[in-house]
Design a protein around this ligand. Structure first.
Ligand code: IPE
Ligand code: IPE
Ligand code: MG
Length: 246
């Protein structure tokens, strides 16, 4: 009826873009299994999706994207799978990451690089060096990343500072801990998306996600689309973030 004032729907409200999105790229193995393919085929398919989604995030104006590609615990997998993953990393470091040049994406690797071969480590450093002066989205690729490991590393660095007399114990605060994480200088993730339907964090950004909104999606990562990312951002927009307030 003409007289009825239409209630503004959520869709009409201006959408708030998360500044920092984290994605736990999970479900590659199950995707391959469903197709009777080797797990490595799932990882290849997942890597393609990573490329599409990273570029999409940059296009829509996301400032920071952190993708979980390989955890400190993933070394527990069969050697055959590790070998396939290392081969894939090498291919990607050689080719795909160069693509991001057009998008002015800054690539950073978070995690313990010393776990990788000299060849892979050199490629990682080359990629970081080659992109550090760009001004676009920061893409953190978490490789051999474990948040507990990250926190232990920060504790060691701070302790060394105390031992050398450079840091006063009373000056240790949350900012100092932040400054000693791999993500130093970056905002905390506003939204973490986990495809594949698992309700757990699997050692990802434990410190940084204190007030992050989690969105669990049932799609396996190789099936994840730009529309799924839009949907996660919509869900995020319907959350009421309180940060401990009212
Ligand atoms: C994520 O997919 C990729 C890595 C952990 C390297 P998975 O390989 O964990 O796939 P699922 O969980 O077994 O399906
Ligand atoms: C988390 O997935 C790590 C990555 C996606 C890289 P996992 O497959 O390793 O996690 P769990 O073992 O199911 O907790
Ligand atoms: Mg998994």
């Amino acid at each position: 009826m003409a007289f009825l004032k239409k209630k503004k729907s959520a869709a009409e409200e201006p959408k708030v873009l998360p500044q920092h999105i984290g994605i736990i790229m999970d479900g590659n193995g199950r995707w391959a299994k469903k197709r009777m393919l080797p797990r490595s085929a799932g990882h290849s398919a997942g890597a393609k999706v990573f490329r599409t989604i990273a570029r999409y995030c940059s296009d829509i104006g996301i400032k920071y994207l952190t993708v979980y590609a390989f955890s400190t615990e993933n070394w527990r997998r069969p050697q055959q799978e590790i070998d396939a993953l290392m081969k894939l990393f090498k291919e990607y470091l050689n080719e795909a990451l160069r693509d991001f040049q057009d998008d002015s994406i800054v690539v950073k690797f978070i995690g313990d690089k010393s776990g990788f071969s000299d060849e892979i480590r050199a490629l990682m450093e080359e990629t970081e060096d080659g992109s550090k002066d760009r001004d676009g989205m920061v893409l953190n690729i978490a490789m051999n990343y474990g948040s507990r490991d990250e926190i232990v590393r920060a504790v060691k660095k701070i302790s060394q500072g105390v031992k050398k007399g450079e840091i006063d114990i009373d000056s240790i605060n949350e900012d100092l801990v932040n400054d000693n994480l791999y993500t130093a200088g970056q905002p905390d993730p506003d939204l973490i998306i986990r495809p594949s339907g698992e309700y757990r964090i699997s050692n990802f950004m434990l410190w940084q996600s204190a007030y992050t909104e989690f969105v669990i999606m049932n799609k396996l990562w190789p099936d994840f689309t730009k529309e799924d990312l839009d949907e996660a951002i919509d869900i995020f927009n319907n959350r009421n973030r309180r940060f401990g307030g009212v």
